[in-house]
Design a protein around this ligand. Structure first.
Ligand code: DSN
Length: 417
């Protein structure tokens, strides 16, 4: 494929910005990206974001815009909406949210009044900022209460969550997490919500690509509203999306625009449409299965190296590594791994006694490294390298040897060949 924009010979006059972009592109090629919420979008997805669609205002929805000249961006948004509906088996889709948090804001506005009670997963146990953190709009405008994982299993206990819901009688129950490595039983969650006359929403941002690829059960048949981001396991452009049954779409659309956003990013919506088509291919099903297989192999390898994984392992793309088990804080582990070009983020583990900027865990995910072709054999090596670095974070010989092994692997498996 020939990229149309930016044309390969585009005159680049802004040396400062292009130099930083080049350094970031090199960084991505040279480092193993284990941040669980990141991925490497295809060149075609990225090309769509560099087109003239960025110039177009299109407030409103296809066929009902507040600007002229929208006939072609209407085509693009219709393609994106229809492909999203087909991909996830949803009656309706809104592809305009600029982010997952803005998708959540619109979802809440469509279902809740300020002050309404909501039950969602605690951020400290793996939930998300926009599910009720006191400094986030969600915690400011709504009355959020949280459930968490059990101290012994480090898993959700649906019976306990049901008891909480019966006591609280929330208007909305939310399932979905940013650091939870076990399957979520959406049907059981929906039953709890129905029993207490609550609405049920799922934020599947992290697992959207696994759902699309058949590697995690779908929440779409069970939830009143499903929100997601398009850039994590789904491997599209940075952005958000909302799925819902047809009777909810009018309120959702109006809550998103004019409720929470102005003009949609039509260049990003074009990139979303391309990513949804990519996710409809058999190759994406294989990708989703490989993401899960790789995560499982990486977790097993770390356990073999004597490092504790929260809940003992993973069934999806993510795991929480308790680096306190080898005497490190999450921040120290993140720094140590960064020195050998392995990128990850410090993360609280459930019942953590350290503050968030220090934390006792790191969160590792396999979405991005699977995109660049790493397999379960590579995971065995990677687990060994991580184990060596976490056990000897200051040992120069170990750092040099592992950094060399990472460099050899990344050069053999380029992202954009
Ligand atoms: N901050 C994202 C993550 O890393 O999981 C979620 O929004």
């Amino acid at each position: 494929m020939t990229l149309q924009s930016p044309a390969p010979n585009t005159t680049k006059t802004d040396d400062a910005v292009w130099a930083s972009i080049a350094r970031e592109e090199d960084r991505q090629e040279q480092q193993l990206e284990l941040i669980a919420s990141e991925n490497h979008a295809s060149e075609e997805v990225m090309a769509a974001m560099g087109t003239a669609l960025t110039n177009k205002y299109a407030e409103g929805y296809p066929g009902r815009r507040y600007y002229g000249g929208c006939e072609f961006v209407d085509e693009v948004e219709d393609l994106a909406r229809n492909r999203a509906r087909e991909l996830f088996g949803s009656e309706r889709a809104n592809v305009q949210p600029h982010s997952g948090t803005q998708a959540n804001m619109a979802a809440f506005m469509s279902m809740l009044d300020p002050g309404d009670k909501v039950l969602a997963m605690s951020l400290d146990h793996g939930g998300h900022l926009s599910h009720g953190h006191t400094k986030n709009f969600s915690g400011v405008f709504y009355d959020f209460h949280s459930y968490g994982v059990e101290p012994d299993t480090e898993r959700l206990d649906l019976d306990k969550i049901r008891e909480q819901a019966l006591a609280l009688r929330p208007k909305l129950v939310i399932a979905g997490a940013s650091a939870y490595s076990r399957p979520i039983d959406f049907a059981a969650f929906a039953d709890i919500a129905r029993e207490v006359d609550a609405l049920f929403m799922v934020d599947m941002a992290h697992i959207a690509g696994l759902v699309a690829g058949g590697a995690h059960a779908s929440p779409v048949p069970h939830a009143d509203v499903v929100t997601l981001t398009t850039h994590k396991t789904l491997r599209g452009p940075r952005g958000g999306m909302i799925l819902c049954p047809k009777e909810r779409i009018v309120k959702i659309n109006s809550a998103l625009f004019p409720g929470g956003q102005g003009g949609p990013l039509m260049h990003v919506i074009a990139a979303k449409a391309i990513a949804f088509r990519e996710a409809q291919q058999d190759s994406f099903k294989a990708y989703a299965a490989q993401v899960v297989a790789n995560a499982s192999a990486l977790a097993d390898g770390l356990v073999e190296a004597g490092i504790r994984i929260v809940s003992g392992g993973t069934d999806n793309h993510v795991m929480l590594v308790d680096v306190g088990s080898v005497g490190l804080s999450g921040a120290a582990a993140e720094d140590a791994l960064h020195r050998v070009d392995i990128t990850c983020n410090k993360n609280l583990i459930p019942f953590d006694e350290r503050p968030p900027m220090e934390a006792s865990g790191v969160r590792l995910g396999t979405a991005a490294i699977t995109t660049r072709g790493l397999d379960v054999t590579d995971m065995g090596h990677l687990a060994g390298w991580i184990g060596e670095i976490l056990r000897a974070p200051e040992d120069e010989a170990t750092i040099k040897r592992v950094a060399g092994a990472v460099a050899e692997l990344t050069s053999r498996r380029p992202i954009y060949a």
